[in-house]
Design a protein around this ligand. Structure first.
Ligand code: SAH
Length: 480
């Protein structure tokens, strides 16, 4: 059954349960978590049901019921333990378009019951379209632990303030930003910490502040998306994605990263794609400024960490130059992601005392740009090099390192698409790498780890290239 999750109003019209036994009782109790009262059709209610009827939570109706009892109900659950009666009820309900559920008989149901995490006004309903009810139960247990117990109160207090906020803050981006600020700020913290009086006071202060400076200020958040695995996003990055009106991303975001964006957020790829060039940095800067000046919260989402070979510095400059408010949320950079995936330390007391992040590309033209790095100074054999964007220039770098005094036998591991499903690793030596361009035969973003740490044991499969092609020894290349 392909299902669309919705919440049904059980205030305006009552739910109806058919049946008077234990099964019916369990469904009635479930409904009473929300409904003020439930109609129950049975001629033989068990004691607990009669008691509920005495308290007014349940209204007993005589059976057999007819279409008159069913029409106008918000929903029907038939739990009579009598297949023929359940079938009859299901037929009538469906004929009149009333949602109906018969426990454990999916073919008689027009809706299924979700596994519920109940926090008062905040409800999480989990469904698996009948595929894996136990999985839903497990998820519920996980959410029970992660959802703050007072999150429902937070929603209730927000409800109290809804009209006041609506009167003070214009609808759209501004009001959304107001609530974002509220839910991640001191007022929400106070409410969650069971100090609602303080929470209300802070919320009133936030409204007053909004009144005195009504023009919503847009802002820029530089967010590190990490190496691709969405589980490696930080909580702050996820929050930023949820608050963004516009997300400017580099394309090739690991699958699932953009799933954290708000549904209404405008996602703009500034990367190269088929038939279209990537936007220049100047064009990206202009876009950022334009969106922020419209009062929008702009997330500039970058792979890895935004301040490592990500041109984040240039975007910070432009924000400062134009007076735009800016925040940076760090991400897990490729080097640490690769190290974690290989379970290979970047530094090690015995073999490497330092780690250097270098780029294999020049700023503009994409050619090799190693002249500014003092490789000789790092050639003591106790350093690790993490080379970004170095796939196409790897052989040049390897020659350069050997020329600077690095041992030709220095181990190298190249990892492409680290932390993503199609991650690949190739191990070789500087000498073999120097011998031939394209020796690595890797595609996609790849990082090179050079140094003795790459000879330590690593986790998982590694392809090894152990020979130099006879025609192209490194010495020939070196002296060419
Ligand atoms: N800001 C990014 C780096 C951007 S430069 C960061 O901090 O990671 C792009 C380069 O990063 C790629 O050419 C590659 O060398 C490296 N890279 C990014 N993601 C990677 C991944 N999942 N696996 C291996 N290398 C990656």
């Amino acid at each position: 059954m392909a299902s669309f999750p919705i919440f049904i109003d059980v205030d305006a019209s009552k739910p109806l349960v058919v049946g008077g036994g234990d099964l019916a009782l369990s469904k009635i109790r479930l409904l009473l978590k929300r409904a003020k009262s439930v109609d129950v059709a049975t001629n033989a209610p068990i004691a607990a049901l009669r008691e509920l009827a005495c308290h007014g939570a349940v209204t007993l109706i005589a059976t057999p019921i007819t279409e008159i009892d069913i029409r106008g109900c918000s929903l029907v659950i038939s739990a009579t333990n009598d297949v023929v009666e359940d079938e009859r009820v299901s037929l009538i309900a469906r004929a009149f378009g009333v949602p109906v559920n018969v426990p454990d008989r999916p073919h008689l149901c027009s809706f299924s019951l979700a596994a519920i995490v109940d926090r008062g006004s905040v409800t999480v309903a989990i469904g698996t379209e009948g595929a894996a009810p136990i999985l839903a139960t497990r998820l519920r247990a996980e959410l029970e632990q992660t959802l703050h117990p007072r999150i429902g109160r937070l929603a209730e207090v927000a409800r109290e303030f809804r009209s006041k906020v609506a009167a003070a803050v214009p609808a759209g981006a501004q009001r959304r930003a107001f609530w974002e600020r509220m839910f991640s700020g001191a007022a929400a913290n106070a409410i969650l910490a069971d100090n609602e009086a303080l929470g209300r006071q802070l919320l009133n202060a936030q409204i007053a502040e909004q009144r005195s400076t009504p023009q919503a200020a847009g802002r820029l958040i530089l967010v590190g998306a990490g190496p691709g695995d969405p589980d490696l996003l930080t909580l702050k990055a996820v929050r930023a994605l949820k608050s963004a009106d516009v997300i400017l991303h580099d394309g090739l975001m690991g699958e699932g990263v953009l799933d954290h964006a708000r549904r209404e957020a405008q996602c703009v790829s500034v990367a190269k794609s088929k038939g279209r060039h990537s936007l220049s940095q100047a064009e990206i800067n202009a876009l950022i400024v334009a969106f922020v000046r419209q009062g929008k919260t702009v997330v500039r989402l970058k792979g890895g960490d935004p301040l490592i070979f990500g041109r984040g510095g240039e975007e910070l400059d432009i924000a400062r130059a134009t007076g735009i408010s800016v925040e940076v949320i760090p991400g897990i950079t490729a080097a640490t992601a690769v190290a974690a995936s290989l379970q290979m330390p970047l530094t090690h007391r015995d073999v490497s005392r330092s780690v250097t992040f270098v780029s294999g590309h020049a700023a503009g033209d994409g050619g090799a740009d190693f002249d500014q790095v003092d490789f000789a100074a790092l050639a003591s054999g106790s350093a690790t090099l993490a080379v970004y964007m170095g796939l196409s220039t790897a052989h040049i770098l390897a020659s350069k390192l050997i020329g600077s005094g690095w041992l030709p036998t220095t181990p190298v591991i190249a990892v492409s698409r680290a932390t993503q499903v199609n991650e690949r690793r190739v191990a070789l030596t500087l000498e073999i790498l120097a011998a031939k361009s394209g020796a690595l035969k890797l595609d996609g973003p790849a990082l090179l780890m050079v140094g003795e740490v790459a000879s330590l044991e690593v986790a998982g499969q590694v392809e090894r290239i152990a020979h130099i092609e006879p025609s192209k020894k490194h010495s020939e290349l070196e002296h060419a």
